[in-house]
Write a protein that binds this ligand. Structure first.
Ligand code: F6R
Length: 355
């Protein structure tokens, strides 16, 4: 039997969070602000003739790649692909820019994909806090973006995402987006203040949302082109921090399949709490789809919560929603009486694979 932590007892919340997940979420703005400093230490060559960008990584090291893809899709002229596996896509060659991202530096799929990128003559950039990846990148003479260590990869999102974005601007593959980054950091600080552990549940939307999700199956719906990557991040954070099942999907795709599967078993469907992430830039028809879908399903499921992104730029809006999801997942962990940091089953699997 686990015992819920009182969300208004800050000392208890922090004591229970033995690895400092809450503090790491709170450090997101400063992680993002450190990008310029981290990139200044990287020895970048002149890149010419890049025809595609691949970010290869897993879990918390891959989501930054999805954020890069989603955030830059309206401005970048080459395709960005996120690779989550042992093998690189066949198109990867000497015209590919490959970010090999592994926070620990020891994830076997990423090391395998790195090796393939290296053999095919791709322009590789290593992003890691150490491990075997750091050794290989240094041996092979590629630029190394070394990020501060000692955290869980998923908690180091700002360190893993922002410097890659900064590099793409520095090497001329993206226009100057520093204005959007500044807005995002400013807004994130405000969010951390409004949603942080010190803020009582009565006035803290993240604590209130965790309360709604307690005992339920969260299903997170975003929209292609705007909040897609955020829905994916929410799902992973609820899985890893709160140790709870959670699923995600996107409009309009989910209107073509998932909604049909919300019928039986009715008692299971009644346990589902749907969260719809909404963005002002969602396609007008997608906004209409969201409204109709809500009308049809709100009484069939446990609840239907809509969360709107705030901010002018897309980057601020993405991070604004990510911050809400991160805090919610940590508070949900507290309600379940589980320590948000440790991910024993992932550790077990990685060890078992080595045997
Ligand atoms: C742990 C986490 C995991 C890892 C994944 C890959 O916090 O988020 O999803 O990111 O197991 O490990 P790394 O990031 O070290 O390559």
């Amino acid at each position: 039997m686990t015992v819920s932590i009182d969300l208004n007892n800050v000392d208890e919340l922090r004591r229970f969070d033995t690895t400092g997940i809450l503090a790491a979420i709170d450090s997101l703005p400063s992680q993002c602000a450190a990008a310029g400093e981290l990139v200044a230490k990287v020895n970048l060559p002149e890149y010419t003739d890049i025809s595609n960008i691949v970010i290869t990584g897993l879990g918390g090291s891959a989501i930054g790649g999805d954020m890069l893809r989603a955030y830059t899709s309206g401005v970048i002229e080459v395709p960005i692909v996120v690779n989550r596996g042992y093998d690189m896509p066949n198109f990867v060659n000497s015209k590919s820019l490959v970010f090999a991202v592994s926070y620990s530096g020891n994830t076997e799929e990423t090391l395998s994909a790195y090796d393939q990128a290296h053999r095919r003559g791709a322009a590789v950039i290593g992003v890691t806090s150490g491990g075997r990846l750091k050794e290989l990148v240094l041996e092979d003479g590629y630029p190394l973006l070394e990020v501060p260590g000692g955290m869980f990869p998923r908690a180091a999102n700002g360190y893993l995402f922002m410097p890659c974005l900064t590099i793409l601007q520095k090497i001329g593959l993206l226009p100057d987006l520093s204005g959007e980054a500044a807005e995002m950091i400013y807004l994130l600080k405000d969010m951390c203040w409004k949603l942080g552990p010190e803020r009582a549940e009565a006035e803290n939307p993240a604590k209130q949302l965790a309360r709604k999700l307690y005992g339920k199956i969260p299903v997170i719906w975003g929209a292609t082109g705007t909040t897609e990557v955020v829905a994916q991040r929410w799902k992973a954070q609820i899985n890893e921090n709160a140790k709870s099942p959670c699923y995600w999907n996107v409009f309009p795709e989910l209107n073509h399949n998932e909604i049909v599967g919300l019928e039986v078993p009715a008692e299971f469907v009644k346990k589902i709490h749907i969260i719809v992430l909404q963005d002002g830039a969602d396609h007008a028809q997608v906004q209409k789809r969201m409204a109709i879908t809500k009308e049809v399903f709100q009484d069939k499921v446990d609840g239907f919560t809509e969360i709107k992104a705030h901010g002018n730029g897309l980057l601020a809006r993405i991070y604004n929603l990510i911050c809400t999801g991160d805090f919610t997942s940590a508070y949900l962990a507290a309600l379940y009486g589980v320590d948000p940091g440790p991910i024993k089953v992932i550790d077990y699997l990685k060890e078992a694979l080595q045997k």
